[in-house]
Design a protein around this ligand. Structure first.
Ligand code: A3P
Length: 285
């Protein structure tokens, strides 16, 4: 195991942002019925949810997204900042998390807390993750793209295999409080996706507010928001001259990276591991 990572129930997490204490905090966290989670496998649109959730929960008020860095505005439940930030907050608390369903805090299962689960074409996730590994010094060197794909497919990456994560969240007995959204539909019709999210959270927004929120959450606007683009993080930790965190924000960028052989290998593994799944994604053949 690389010296940059901790193991959490067999999953790799970076030591820079996680600790034994922070993981214990997540496991023991007391989830409230009114709490809201943006749940993702890494590189599926987590910081997008850190922008969207406070806007919906505060009726479109831009103050939190303009004044609080994303990691404190909507903290990762399992990261070291969580205890500091969530300690003083009263429900409804908005959080993001990369935890698979089975590793959520036990209080989550008896609560009525709502989850928006965002997933993304795993080929684009692999590409996004490859570039992220190049710019974040707290992650290991990705090697060549080909080597990175092998790591990705075998689950030797942050939070393990994509297929395990997705299956854990799709095959649950909590479906009534999980809204499933794809990154692709958010790119295609952000306003529509925001409308569904706000209705699901019981915070329906007027057409005008919806328009304002959708505009604020556009890729180019988030890219220039210093509270969201990680430019406040020292360059020795995240070096945007190597690759920006808000890098491309598109769908299908995998076509610019995968060879035909890599595509066939990748698709074969994912297809086999998703065999028998009760759901289909727009990118499935
Ligand atoms: P790319 O590297 O493909 O550009 P996460 O926050 O889970 O780490 O995901 C990061 C990915 O989400 C990056 O993908 C990033 O650009 C993309 N993203 C973040 N905000 C976005 C937005 N408003 N519109 C489109 N993509 C966005």
């Amino acid at each position: 195991m690389d010296g940059k990572y901790l193991q959490f129930n067999g999953l790799l997490v970076p030591k820079e942002t996680h600790s034994t204490e922070s993981l214990k905090y997540a496991v023991e966290f007391q989830v409230h019925d009114d709490d809201v989670f943006g749940l993702t496998y890494p590189k599926s649109g987590t910081i997008w949810m850190q922008e969207i959730l406070p806007l919906i929960l505060n009726g479109g008020d831009l103050t939190p997204v303009q004044t609080i860095p994303n990691w404190d505005r909507v903290p990762w439940l399992e990261e070291t900042r969580a205890a500091l930030v969530l300690g003083d907050r009263s429900p409804p608390r908005a959080m993001v998390s990369h935890l698979p369903y089975n590793l959520m805090p036990s209080s989550f299962f008896t609560s009525k807390a709502k989850v928006i689960y965002v997933t993304r074409n795993p080929k684009d996730i692999a590409v996004s993750s490859f570039h992220f590994h190049k710019m974040a010094s707290f992650l290991d060197d990705p090697g060549t793209f080909d080597q990175f794909l092998d790591k990705f497919l075998s689950g030797q990456v942050l939070f393990g295999k994509w297929t395990d994560h997705v299956k854990s969240w799709r095959d649950t007995d909590s479906d009534d409080r999980i809204l499933y959204v794809t990154y692709e539909e958010m790119v295609q019709d952000l306003r529509g996706a925001l409308g569904r999210m706000s209705r699901f959270l019981g915070r329906e927004l007027s057409p005008e507010v919806l328009e304002k929120v959708a505009n604020h959450c556009q890729f180019n606007n988030m890219k220039t928001n210093v509270m969201s683009n990680f430019s406040l993080v020292p360059k020795d930790l995240m070096d945007s001259s190597k690759s920006a965190f808000l890098r491309k924000g598109t769908t299908g960028d995998w076509r610019n990276h995968f060879s035909a052989e890599q595509e066939a290998r990748f698709s074969a593994v994912i297809k086999k591991e998703m065999e028998g799944a009760s759901f289909k994604f727009p990118w499935d053949d």
